[in-house]
Design a protein around this ligand. Structure first.
Ligand code: PDD
Length: 290
């Protein structure tokens, strides 16, 4: 498998970064995960816009133009045929001559991109739905930045696993915010709800698409704060991400969500989402664009 590193295309085994890289020393960097269907990156402009926002927030300039990113993605994807892929890109502030907390004046960013197969969702898991637990959000105040510094997310994910669950829904000041690597939606009395964008959650590309698809299909939806108690009375809960797509959550904190099975609104949304992917596979000139 070829990967991109600082201008070169080389086998993954040969890709090396210096130990003084600030990504390695401090987690000083940002990333994106972009699905690609039929060789076409999904919602590419939205992902690149979020990358630029993350970079600006950590006081970095975009190291490449959108056109250059596009070229790299196609160079990696084209030899892989039509199989679904996930592009992973990471930009760190780069390697400085010594370990220094302050941002060095001159340092060259490290840019890394790889593509890995995006395995189809396990149909049994989709049919059964995920189990989730609620956990206190112990992260920082800038969860809108897609930072590579993911220790709190990792610990929360592992805590969920230890409890026999697949995902944790994080709670801050009594409000449910997002999953450890996903956004969440709740369905109550026919209305689709998700928390508004804020510094306490990542503005998910899948989240935005779900809202867009709901509005296009005339499904009632709203962005508003969701107190954690509301999760208990939800008819349906979903988690969304570029790799999970829209997954039903059928157990929360050991109790069934609604009737304990993936709900009818989820079925509608999943069908809309799948149709969107199918249009992109057929060619990039449509609303679910590259
Ligand atoms: N994570 N919230 C968090 C904390 C996330 O890490 C992610 C995605 C999302 C969903 O964002 P999107 O719909 O743009 O994928 C929300 C990626 C997939 C990851 O870390 O692998």
């Amino acid at each position: 498998m070829l990967v991109y590193l600082n201008g070169d295309y080389l086998p993954l085994e040969e890709a090396r970064v210096p130990v003084l890289d600030r990504g390695f020393l401090f987690g000083d960097g940002v990333y994106e995960v972009i699905p690609a269907y039929g060789g076409h990156p999904f919602r590419l402009e939205e992902h690149l816009q979020r990358l630029e926002n993350s970079l600006r927030a950590i006081r970095m300039e975009p190291p490449l133009t959108r056109r250059q990113w596009r070229e790299i993605f196609h160079r990696l994807l084209d030899p892989l045929g039509d199989a679904d892929q996930q592009l992973y890109l990471q930009v760190t502030r780069g390697a400085y001559e010594r370990r220094l907390h302050a941002i060095p004046g001159t340092v060259t960013p490290t840019v890394f991109v790889m593509s890995n197969p995006l395995a189809p969702r396990d149909p049994e898991l989709v049919a059964r739905g995920l189990a989730a637990v609620t956990l206190e959000d112990i992260r920082w105040q800038r969860c809108d930045i897609k930072a590579i510094t993911l220790l709190a997310n990792i610990l929360a994910q592992q805590q969920a696993r230890d409890a026999g669950a697949d995902e944790a829904i994080l709670v801050r000041d009594g409000l449910a915010t997002e999953g450890t690597a996903s956004n969440f939606f709740l369905v109550k009395e026919g209305r689709i709800l998700t928390p508004p964008k804020s510094a306490h959650l990542l503005p998910g590309i899948t989240r935005d698409l779900v809202l867009e698809l709901a509005r296009e299909a005339g499904l009632p939806c709203a962005e508003r704060d969701i107190p954690v108690e509301e999760l208990k009375g939800a008819d349906e809960i979903w988690v969304t991400s570029s790799t999970k797509e829209v997954m039903p959550v059928t157990r929360l904190d050991g109790r069934p969500v609604g009737n304990g099975r993936p709900g009818p609104m989820w079925q509608k949304m999943d069908a809309l989402y799948s149709a969107c992917k199918a249009r992109l596979r057929a060619g990039p000139t449509n609303q679910c664009h590259e």
